[in-house]
Structures are given as C-alpha cells and as structure tokens.
Design a protein around this ligand. Structure first.
Ligand code: MN3
Length: 238
C-alpha cells in the first residue's frame, strides 16, 4: 500500500481492519530489510475491545489502542518519513536508537511495544510450552516466582514504563522494566534481550478502572496472558 493511501485510510479508523505485519512482524521474527511501504501498517487488535473484561475494560482498550497506540504509530511515521530510517526494520532501528532523536526513540518504541502487548494478551490464557516452563523453573524458580517478579518490576517502575520477561540469545530468562517507551531491544536500555512478555504500566493502561491501584491491575493482567504467544516467541529464539 502506498504510504499516502495508508495515511488517508487511517482516518477511517476501524479497529481490526489492518493486517499485522511490516516492521513489527519483521522485527519480531528477526527479519531484515523490510521495505518502507510494508513497515507503515498499523496492526489489527487481535480481539474485541471488551474481550479482556473484567480484567481490562473495553473503554480502556479502545482509548489505549485507537488513540494512544495509533498516536505513536502516526508520530513514528512522521519521525522517519523521508529519512533512511523508514527503510529500516524496527529491530535494526532499536539497535542504534541512541544515534537518533527522542521522537524516533519514543514513537518507534510506543508503536512496537503496544503491538507486542496486544498480542501477548488473550481471553484464552493457555499455558506455557514445556520448553518455556522448563526455562521458567531453571531461571526464575516457578510460575508464582515469575508472577512476583513481574508484578514487582511493574510496581517499582517509577512513573511511566513497561515491565518485561526477556530472553537472551541462549534462552536464559530475565524479568525487568524500562522507562517511558524504551524496550529491551534498544541499545541504550540497561535491560537487554528479546521481549517475550510486555506489560504496559503507564497510567493510561489502567487508570479508568483501577485509578491509583496499579497493583490491582498487575494482578488482573496475570489472568489474560497469552501463554501460547509467549511460548511461540520463546521458541523462535533458538
Ligand atoms: Mn500504553
């Protein structure tokens, strides 16, 4: 799709009308050389706004996806338009993001992080693969320990940011957090690795339903983790 056509179509704004792909899919699969035209696709929400009720409410989902995420996407396009960066996969961009400005860092991050986040939630939680479960036991301890670590990472991230389960190239798991729209693929991030599970702890992710009770939101998130997707991401590392 031509960029011009795509941007015009953004105005129609029907959730689910765009196919996930381009830079995000390429970055998630480790692909390289994705052309700019296919990078410029806003990914579909993989379920209805109310699908994660009562844990995450429909109004929050709609505003979060259709305004916040779309805003990052539009501003990412603006930030890279007409530059060498528009031909670059997000994965390659993040690997050198410290060389570029805050508009690129924040908006490419916001675009990518939310795409991961929607896809690692589901009304059908599923369960971790045997391979992932073995790694959780080896590196974290147990599922309860993982829940504690992720909840703690989200609760102790001051201000806005993300909590993560990441894996290094050998498959070793780590839990941590990043500020703002940074992520563990960014060269400037102290937390490094391939994201397996993304957890948005910005107030816009929970404030309508949970107000100041971030801890209640973190507990609720545990009920909607798409373990099938998290396991797939883990399987791709090896
Ligand atoms: Mn958000």
């Amino acid at each position: 799709m031509e960029r011009r056509d795509f941007i015009r179509k953004l105005g129609t704004g029907i959730a689910g009308s765009y196919i996930a792909g381009g830079a995000v899919a390429a970055a998630m699969s480790g692909g390289a050389g994705s052309p700019a035209a296919s990078a410029a696709e806003f990914p579909a929400l993989p379920y209805a706004y109310n699908a994660l009720e009562p844990h995450i409410d429909a109004m929050t989902m709609e505003i979060h996806y259709d305004r916040h995420h779309r805003g990052y996407f539009n501003n990412y396009l603006k930030a890279v338009s007409g530059t060498d960066l528009e031909k670059m996969t997000l994965e390659n961009l993040f690997a050198e993001v410290s060389k570029h400005g805050d508009a690129v860092r924040n908006n490419a991050g916001g675009f990518y992080n939310h795409s991961l986040f929607w896809n690692n939630m589901s009304p059908q939680a599923g369960k971790p693969s045997d391979e992932l479960m073995a790694a959780i036991k080896r590196d974290i301890g147990s599922m309860e320990d993982l829940k504690s670590a992720l909840t703690n990472a989200g609760a102790t991230r001051f201000g806005s940011g993300w909590a993560w389960l990441v894996a290094d190239k050998s498959g070793k798991l780590t839990v941590g957090s990043t500020p703002n729209q940074d992520n563990p693929l960014m060269d400037l991030s102290p937390l490094k690795g391939t994201p397996l599970l993304a957890l948005d702890v910005w107030e816009h992710a929970y404030y309508l339903k949970y107000q100041n009770k971030r801890g209640d939101y973190l507990n609720a998130f545990w009920n909607v983790i798409n373990w099938t997707e998290v396991s797939k991401r883990y399987a791709k590392i090896k």
